[in-house]
Design a protein. Structure first.
Length: 646
């Protein structure tokens, strides 16, 4: 009798290590890959399936959803049809960690396998979670799985998309469940495991989806909730049988004539499937990892579809699927939005303008904001956006607009005071340059951070041009031209955020010869100042005769300009207050001017509102709330007790 020697599936383990190593590098050493902000869900097949469903329902890809995800979701389906759940056995980091923690549990002799009725009942949980996840994703057009995903939470540092409590519970379940119970998360809670099983039950899944589509085509109004609920409930019922009869095509088969019943295959199976007792492994938990194939000491006893040469095929199939996902995901893209608002006869003669590298095109919301801006431009007939490479395609009438006209309509001039101008400096020098690969607001923001980090520049202004015109202001003396250009053409920018350091690619190019100028202090302050104006409570209904204004210096509150909407919402609770704005007074000091109707309120009411410890605000969804008052006007109000009338 041949000796019973244990052989490990080193290719699979190596595959798992490579995937985990890539994730670790992206989390802790993103600079090595030159990826500033890695998208940890970019190639998540579960996110892709949610994105695909959301796209069919709403006709648009919302924030955080990409074509790359959809590609991996489609390939997941194709892979399961052919070679079972290879993602679970070779790629999924949660599955890998669960397996390894399970081995620790075995060494400690504390792990057990749930069987019988308890096993059947617990298997329903992942279908319930699958229904909840898809339901809320379709409702919000956002990936709901990010709120609790035990993978996404830790790798992103439990960022803003994550609900900390949900993610911590999921992570604890994965860790503790894996140590004490065989693959607890994977078997009983993983929604990707549930949808993968549905793909194994292909005939049932296709029947449900096909019936839903046929009803829609027939004009029947039916909510997506029904096919989703039927698919989840039906998948659970079919899973209780424990077998996938038709798919996947590739199945592990045992030659009963040469099998010695050594039980090594059953003991080696990570899923706890009793391989030694069946002729063909049809168990729903089998993900074709191949461990049993390699541990079997009898030649050609365990094979895939009775073909010994397919023994190593799962790892190569997994590799092919990964390569396809990376390749297709990078070259094929679904538009996040694709809107047209012109008549068909106008569209027939329209031309298309395309521009990539627009960092402000980053999600569904920003895409819709861009489309609404373009809709107001005469001669533009439609907009499609592609967030993966930040590209827009614009349909326009060439008899009305040129490409340059479109770029000008897209461009947003900006200006920013980088640092406060020191007292005693009466002359400010500035240099004007033309810059390629510099267009959208993100480019301006990145350049301002770069200048703050490495120069003494006090101000920055951008204005439209082809290329864009940028003016950089310095106190009294401009830095050396060669050093400045070298800085502006930096390849990357690294800066601190609330979640740590972030690195972004730049790639700006200075075109032509810089021009040098100077300006007085007064003109500089006027040039850099951007007033804030907000009108509310039917301001237009009141004439100037009944409106007065209360003026007071902003002081240190000017640094909180991004919080002004909170203050405005708070002030608008007084129906007599109708406007809040900022301006420069005669001494070039930035002041706030609060307009009110003198027959409806009094300046003392405004003072009390400004000094209140709490700001009462109304959100865009009409709900109300309160926040701590971040403004401190006590010094300014004390120094300016009397209102200035208008």
């Amino acid at each position: 009798m041949k000796p019973k020697t244990k052989r490990n599936n080193w290719l699979r383990y190596g595959f798992q290590w490579v995937v985990l190593s890539v994730i670790i590098i992206l989390v802790f050493f993103p600079g090595i890959t030159k990826i500033g902000s890695p998208d940890f869900e970019a190639f998540c097949p579960f996110g892709g399936l949610q994105a695909l469903g959301s796209y069919f329902l709403s006709g648009a890809l919302s924030c955080t959803m990409t074509s790359a995800q959809i590609v991996t979701g489609i390939l997941l389906f194709a892979g399961i049809l052919l070679f079972s759940k290879l993602f679970c056995s070779f790629i999924c980091p949660v599955g890998t960690v669960s397996e390894w923690l399970g081995k620790l549990g075995d060494q400690l002799k504390v792990r057990f396998t749930i069987k019988g009725m308890a096993d059947k009942v617990l298997r329903s949980l992942k279908y319930i979670l699958l229904f909840v996840t898809f339901y809320f994703t379709f409702q919000s057009n956002e990936l709901f799985c990010k709120k609790y995903d035990p993978y996404y939470g830790p790798v992103t540092g439990f960022g803003t998309d994550v609900v900390l409590l949900y993610a911590v519970i999921s992570l604890a379940v994965v860790i503790l469940g894996s140590v004490f119970i065989r693959l607890f998360w994977c078997k009983y809670l993983c929604p990707l495991g549930a949808v993968s099983n549905l793909f194994k039950f292909t005939l049932f899944f296709v029947a449900v989806l096909g019936s839903y589509l046929v009803l829609l085509q027939a004009g029947v109004t039916i909510s997506y909730i029904w096919p989703l609920a039927i698919a989840c409930a039906g998948g659970y019922i079919i899973e209780l049988t424990g077998q996938s009869r038709v798919f996947p095509v590739a199945k592990i088969q045992r030659n009963t004539e040469t099998c010695t019943s050594c039980q090594l295959c059953s003991k080696k199976c990570p899923q706890g499937i009793d391989v030694a007792r069946v002729t063909t492994v049809k168990h729903v938990d089998c993900n074709l990892c191949g461990d049993c194939l390699l541990v079997c000491p009898e030649e050609n006893t365990l094979t895939i579809n009775k073909r010994p040469w397919l023994r190593r095929s799962p790892v190569w199939m997994a590799l092919i699927l990964v390569i396809l996902a990376l390749t297709l995901g990078s070259v094929w893209e679904i538009p996040t939005i694709d809107l047209q608002w012109a008549e068909p006869e106008e569209l027939e003669h329209a031309q298309e303008f395309s521009m990539a590298g627009l960092q402000n095109i980053k999600c569904y919301g920003s895409s819709m904001a861009f489309a609404n801006k373009m809709k107001a431009v005469e001669g533009i007939y439609g907009v499609a956006t592609f967030v993966q490479n930040h590209r827009v395609n614009i349909l326009y009438n060439p008899e009305i607009l040129t490409d340059e006209d479109i770029q000008k309509a897209m461009f947003t001039p900006q200006k920013e005071s980088l640092t406060s101008l020191a007292e005693g400096i009466d002359t400010i020098c500035y240099v004007t340059l033309q810059m390629e690969n510099f267009f959208d607001p993100f480019d301006f923001n990145y350049l301002s951070v770069l200048l703050k980090q490495q120069t003494e520049a006090t101000g920055l202004i951008s204005e439209f041009g082809c290329p864009v015109i940028v003016s950089i202001f310095f106190p009294e003396k401009i830095m050396e031209e060669e050093k400045l250009i070298s800085l502006l053409e930096s390849k990357t920018l690294t800066y601190e955020t609330t979640s740590g350091k972030t690195t972004v690619k730049l790639g700006y190019q200075v075109i032509g010869t810089p021009e040098y100028h100077s300006v007085s202090r007064k003109d500089y302050l006027s040039l850099l100042f951007t007033p804030y104006v907000s009108r509310f409570n039917n301001r237009e209904d009141y004439s100037d005769e009944v409106v007065r204004s209360f003026v007071l210096p902003l002081g240190k509150n000017r640094s909180l300009s991004n919080q002004f909407p909170y203050l405005v919402s708070h002030l608008s609770n007084d129906s007599g207050v109708v406007e809040f704005s900022t301006k420069l007074d005669t001494s070039l000091t930035e002041v706030a001017e609060i307009f009110y109707v003198d027959t409806l309120t009094h300046v003392e009411n405004i003072k009390n509102a400004l000094l209140n410890d709490t700001l009462w605000i109304t959100y865009t969804n009409e709900t109300t709330g309160k926040v701590k008052n971040m403004f401190d006007f006590s010094k300014e109000i004390k120094g300016h007790p009397d209102p200035v009338g208008q």
